[in-house]
Design a protein around this ligand. Structure first.
Ligand code: AMP
Ligand code: MG
Length: 342
């Protein structure tokens, strides 16, 4: 692919207008959302989605999420049920993606050949302003090279995609830090979580009759040939460093990291534990789910900048917002969980 000049833009009215013009002409713009940075192209411009796949090196059967500035814009390209609006009222704009039946208006290249389309209305003001100014829905996966940790800062996008995309809007660090919750509607008043995120099962249960969690969320080996959410089957979120998902008490994990014979070992620990790590302490704030999710991808990238060989991360519970972290961590660790016994 030909090298292009990637322009880094501030968040301003002029920059949004400039970026929208790129989108209207079929170009690629990375933009901040409340979850991670997205790599956007017009969902309607012929051939634009293909450019996203090329820039990321993304397998073409892994569908893109289509972003709208208002929930009702989904009616232009999807079959929208009343349940979608019930969810929208409670969670949109915000970090929730809903899979709906698509109409002819969306090219199959956007949806990885599926007859469904994933819809999200982001809450980040720059993302909404960009979609509004572009005058079309924006197809956008995370703005990283396929397989590497998702970008939560403009610098991460530049590190992966400089010269491969037209522009980046720099809106500072993303609030949530992990990608949106993706759900499908089951047709019986219930929904299934295909990918966990900041909108939790308990929150969804406030508006849905039942909330199921797809098996692949906690067991990557179930992301087989015909997964519910195709993105789940690929190697994901992986830095060059080996990620050790450690199931045990924090002190046990720190002991294991301190005894690891590899030359450069790091451990993701809450701020107060920095002194106990012999190698590199990668600090995750208060260690709660919000801080951990916010820091996780950024710390994996930091591990590579520091050329660490291994990074220890404690396996979180599979509950609440921690489920999103659990899902990313086991994939980053290649599906392997390490315990004090093994
Ligand atoms: P990313 O954009 O990198 O956050 O990845 C988008 C995620 O949404 C991937 O895991 C996709 O498999 C999932 N996704 C997008 N569209 C659909 C769809 N139509 N059905 C099921 N999952 C989808
Ligand atoms: Mg992604």
């Amino acid at each position: 692919m030909s090298e292009k000049k990637t322009v880094v833009l501030p968040v301003s009215d002029g920059a949004i207008a400039y970026a929208a013009d790129i989108i209207k002409r079929g170009g690629l713009v990375a933009f901040p959302t409340e979850t991670v940075y997205g790599l956007g192209a017009s969902a309607y411009y012929p051939g634009a989605a293909k450019k996203i796949y090329e820039a990321k090196g993304r397998p073409s059967d892994n569908p893109l999420i289509v972003h709208v500035s208002e929930p009702n814009e989904a009616e232009d390209f999807a079959v929208v049920q009343s349940e979608f609006y019930r969810l929208a009222e409670r969670f949109m704009p915000g970090p929730l993606t809903v899979v709906l039946k698509k109409t002819e208006k969306i090219d199959p290249s956007v949806t990885g050949g599926l007859d469904t389309v994933a819809v999200r209305c982001p809450e980040h003001p720059a993302a909404r302003a960009l979609i509004k100014a572009s005058g079309c829905p924006i197809a956008a996966p995370s703005a990283n090279r396929s397989g590497s940790p998702s970008p939560t800062e403009a610098a991460h996008v530049l590190a992966d995609l400089d010269g491969r995309i037209d522009a980046i809007i720099d809106g500072g660090p993303c609030r949530v830090g992990v990608e949106s919750t993706v759900i499908s509607l089951d047709g019986d008043g219930g929904c299934t979580i295909l990918r966990p995120g900041d909108v939790t099962a308990d929150m969804l249960a406030e508006v849905m009759r039942s909330v199921r969690i797809a098996g692949a969320v906690t067991d990557p080996s179930l992301s087989g040939d015909r997964p519910l959410s195709p993105g789940m089957k690929y190697k994901h979120y992986s830095p060059r460093a080996e990620v050790i998902a450690y199931e045990g008490a924090l002190e046990e994990m720190i002991d294991a990291a301190n005894c690891d014979p590899a030359p450069r070992v790091g451990a993701i620990v809450p701020d107060g534990y920095a002194d106990q790590v012999k190698g590199t302490a990668l600090l995750s704030g208060d260690g709660g789910a919000d801080d951990m999710c916010h820091a996780f991808f950024s710390l994996l990238r930091q591990a590579d900048e520091l050329s660490l060989d291994r990074v220890y991360v404690r396996v979180p519970p599979k509950t609440g917002k921690f489920l999103a972290l659990y899902n990313r961590l086991i994939r980053a660790a290649g599906g392997k969980i390490t315990t004090p016994e093994n």
